[in-house]
Design a protein around this ligand. Structure first.
Ligand code: F6P
Length: 350
């Protein structure tokens, strides 16, 4: 029911960073509750921080969010624009918000997008953050939406690869995303029954990996090795797709799977092939878990805006949706604790 005594706000919504299944579910929940319960108005900013920076927007009303719950990607578009790397970036954002009559912003993103939101809040912008990333590496929240979908996609790929590995007596190396956190590799590897899982959180010994692979062949059961894109061999280096840095200073990872397959083939004498799952992990429709999580985060985000609870990120803690200071959420990356990795190690090589 509309609460008519409240002041109507005009609220901007943006999605930044890598796209992720569930973004549209958040936008839908924010707009549906914002309009129907509170009577607020919305404007969609296009392509992450580029939208408010350049004044690029689109209408965002209930009709615009119908039917988008199961849709992957983001109807608002995304980019990795960093306004703090652009001359007068903050002033331009403030001017454009004022020009469009925007009172508050809901920023949906990962460490970079929410890092910008944190700084803008400190500079007086009314902002609330919603955590998203398939990498699941944001602090202060147990899960980010997109992660469950990515893990399920990777698990299904591993299930399918088992049959080829067995039929052809090959090692199959599956390279998954996750940047500097091994959550996708750990969960997909555990769920898919991988023979070995390699994470960025612990450097691996390629001789030991080859030993696990040999053992699997002895059991007449072909090995699947899951390697996170940010995993590194002992005394080796992270393998990069290229040397360029994005505007947040990130390298583009990729290639460790191919390197590892070559090493394993040379050491075991058995054919080894690589499958790089890449952006397939970010594409398509979100799982039920991610749709529900994204929806609940969106509902809490619009409540926070309605109450003027600025500088907060909505988060999942246990089964509750809570609010935490944005600064706390973006302070450090949430990586896989080594004791969690030890649980998986029980299955290596056996
Ligand atoms: O942060 C999400 C993510 O998919 C990472 O897992 C990956 O390293 C990165 O984004 C890839 O970014 P891009 O799509 O810009 O190459």
């Amino acid at each position: 029911m509309l609460q008519e005594d409240e002041r109507i706000m005009r609220i901007g919504v943006l999605t930044g960073g890598g796209d992720c299944p569930g973004l549209n579910a958040v936008i839908r929940a924010v707009v549906r509750k914002g309009v129907a319960t509170y009577g607020h108005e919305f404007v969609g900013f296009r392509d992450g921080w580029k939208g408010p920076l350049e004044g690029l927007s689109r209408p965002l009303d209930i009709a615009d969010v119908r039917g988008i719950l199961p849709r992957g990607g983001t109807i608002l578009g995304s980019s990795r624009t960093n306004p703090f790397k652009i001359e007068n970036g903050v002033e331009r954002i403030k001017d454009n918000l004022a020009a469009q009559g925007v009172d508050a912003l809901i920023a949906i993103g990962g460490e970079d997008t929410l890092g910008v939101a944190t700084k803008l809040f400190e500079l007086g912008v009314h902002v609330v953050g919603v955590p998203k990333t398939i990498d699941n590496d944001l602090g202060a929240t147990d899960y980010t939406f997109g992660f469950d979908t990515a893990v399920n996609i990777a698990m299904e790929a591993i299930d399918r690869l088992h049959t080829t590995a067995e039929s052809h007596h090959r090692t199959l190396v599956v390279e998954v995303m996750g940047r500097h956190a091994g959550w996708i590799a750990l969960h997909a590897g555990l769920a898919g029954g991988a023979n070995v899982i390699l994470l960025p959180e612990r450097q691996f010994d390629v001789e030991q990996v080859a030993g696990y692979v040999e053992k699997r062949f002895q059991h007449q059961y072909a090995p699947i090795v899951v390697v996170a894109e940010g995993a590194q061999p002992l005394d080796g280096q992270m393998v990069l797709a290229n040397q360029e840095l994005d505007s947040f200073g990130h390298v583009r990872l990729g290639g460790i799977g191919q390197w590892l397959a070559e090493q394993l083939e040379a050491k075991t004498g058995k054919e080894a092939r690589t499958v790089v799952l890449g952006h397939i992990q970010r594409g398509g429709t979100p799982t039920a878990f991610d749709r529900v999580l994204a929806t609940r985060l969106g509902l809490q985000a619009i409540d926070a805006v309605h109450e003027g609870d600025w500088g907060k990120m909505v988060a999942m803690q246990s089964t509750d949706i809570v609010r935490v200071p944005l600064a706390e959420a973006t302070r450090e990356l949430k990586t896989v604790p080594l004791e969690r990795y030890a649980e998986a190690e029980v299955f290596f090589g056996s």
